[in-house]
Design a binder for this molecule. Structure first.
Ligand SMILES: *Cc1c(COP(=O)(O)O)cnc(C)c1O
Length: 358
C-alpha cells in the first residue's frame, strides 16, 4: 500500500457549468497525483497536490529524447451515484509493458490502481453527471535526468491528471470515413507500436493531418514492412466483419493492445461470433467490400468505445460499408460496453471496480 499524502487546494476552480460543452481533455480537475523515482530510493513520496505546472530544467531528458509513456482510462458516474472504473488492472499492466520497452521503472499494478482510485475520490465532484460524460484519467511517466546523454534516466516522475469529458456521441453515433495510409507507417516489428509512448503519436500527426485535409476522420495504418495488412486506426484498434466472421490484427508488437479491443473480443465470443486475431490484407477487405461481404467495420478505444466506419479509401479505391449507418453488431457492442461502464447493465464479467459514492 502506498502512503499517499494529500494536500488539498485552497483555491478550487469553478466546475464547468454546461456539461454539453465539456469536449475532451481541455479542462482539468483541482488535483494531480505525483510520485518520484530515483535509482537509490525507487518509487517514493506518493502525493496528491493541487494541479499545477511542472518546474523542469530545459536539459531534462524528456524534452530531448522523449523517454515517456502514458495511459488513458475513465471514471464513470452511475445513475445511483456510484463512481467506478473499467478494468483498471489492464491499464496498470499495459503501463508496465510500455515501461519495460522504454527502460522506465515499472509502477506496481496495485500502486497504480490505488493512485488512480485515490485521486478520483479526491476529485469526485469533477466526475460529470450528464448521460455519456465521464472523467478522463491520464496517467503518465517521464524521465527527469538533466543532461544530453542518450541512456536510461536515473530519475522519473509518475503523474496522473484528470479531465471531465463530454459525451463522445452528443449528436448521435456518426460513422466515419477512413483513409488507408500507404506512404507513412506507424510501427514496425521491434519498434514501439505496442506501447503508449508519446513518440508514436508525434510520428503519426503528419499522416493524420494530411488525411484530415482530404476530409477523413482517421488514418488506417498498414503493417510497416509490406504495407499490406491492416493494423489499427489513430488511437483505436479496428475490427472488420466479413461474412459474419470478425477479424482484427493480432497484438504481436506493432499493435496497441486496447482494453476496449480485448473487451469486444470477449463479448463477441460470448455471443457466438468467430473472432480471428491475425493478418488481414487490405486488398481482401476492399474485395469483400465490393462483393457486398463486408458487413461492418468499427474502431474501438476508451474515448469513443466503438466508432463505426462507413467508408474506406485505399489508393484509388473506395468501399462503402452497409448503408452508412452503424451496424447491428457494432451497436450491440456499444450498448453492452457503455451499459456496463455506466452501470445500466449488470457487470457479469467482473470488469467494474467501484471507487466511492459520488
Ligand atoms: C489507446 C490506444 C488504443 C485503444 O486502447 P484502449 O485501451 O481501448 O483505449 C488503440 N490504439 C492506439 C494506438 C492507442 O493509443
Amino acid at each position: 500500500m502506498l502512503d499517499i499524502k494529500i494536500t488539498k487546494t485552497t483555491t478550487p476552480k469553478e466546475k464547468p457549468a454546461d456539461e454539453s460543452k465539456l469536449g475532451f481533455g481541455k479542462k482539468f480537475t483541482d488535483h494531480m497525483f505525483l510520485m518520484d523515482y530515483s535509482a537509490d530510493q525507487g518509487w517514493h513520496d506518493p502525493r496528491i497536490v493541487p494541479y499545477a505546472p511542472f518546474n523542469l530544467d530545459p536539459a531534462c531528458v524528456i524534452f530531448h529524447y522523449a523517454q515517456e509513456l502514458f495511459e488513458g482510462m475513465k471514471a464513470y458516474r452511475t445513475a445511483d451515484n456510484q463512481i467506478q472504473l473499467f478494468r483498471p488492472e489492464c491499464n496498470a499492466k499495459r503501463m508496465q509493458d510500455s515501461s519495460d520497452r522504454m527502460c522506465v521503472p515499472q509502477v506496481p499494478v496495485e500502486d497504480f490502481i490505488q493512485a488512480v482510485k485515490t485521486l478520483v475520490e479526491v476529485d469526485k465532484d469533477w466526475v460529470p453527471h450528464s448521460e455519456g460524460t465521464s472523467l478522463y484519467i491520464r496517467p503518465f511517466v517521464f524521465a527527469t535526468d538533466v543532461g544530453m546523454g542518450v541512456h536510461a534516466s536515473l530519475n522519473y516522475t509518475f503523474c496522473i491528471i484528470c479531465a471531465p469529458s463530454g459525451a463522445y456521441y452528443a449528436e448521435g453515433i456518426d460513422p466515419v470515413r477512413i483513409y488507408v495510409e500507404d506512404e507513412f507507417i506507424r510501427a514496425a516489428p521491434g519498434l514501439t507500436g505496442f506501447t503508449k509512448c508519446g513518440g508514436n503519436y508525434a510520428a503519426s500527426i503528419k499522416a493524420g493531418d494530411l488525411a484530415a485535409k482530404k476530409g477523413f476522420a482517421q488514418v488506417l495504418w498498414l503493417d510497416g514492412v509490406e504495407k499490406k495488412y491492416v493494423e489499427e486506426v489513430g488511437a483505436m484498434n479496428i475490427f472488420f466483419m466479413i461474412d459474419q466472421k470478425v477479424y482484427t490484427a493480432a497484438c504481436v508488437g506493432t499493435v496497441l493492445p486496447g482494453v476496449t479491443r480485448r473487451s469486444c473480443i470477449e463479448l463477441l465470443r460470448d455471443w457466438g461470433y468467430e473472432v480471428i486475431e491475425g493478418k488481414l490484407a487490405i486488398e481482401d477487405i476492399m474485395k469483400a467490400g465490393h462483393e457486398g461481404r463486408l458487413n461492418e467495420v468499427f474502431g474501438t478505444g476508451t474515448a469513443a468505445v466503438v466508432s463505426p466506419v462507413k467508408e474506406l479509401s485505399w489508393k484509388d479505391d473506395q468501399v462503402f460499408i452497409g448503408d452508412g449507418k452503424i451496424g447491428p453488431v457494432t451497436q450491440k457492442l456499444y450498448d453492452t460496453l457503455t451499459g456496463i461502464q455506466w452501470g445500466r447493465l449488470p457487470d457479469s464479467k467482473g470488469w467494474v471496480v467501484p471507487v466511492c459514492k459520488g
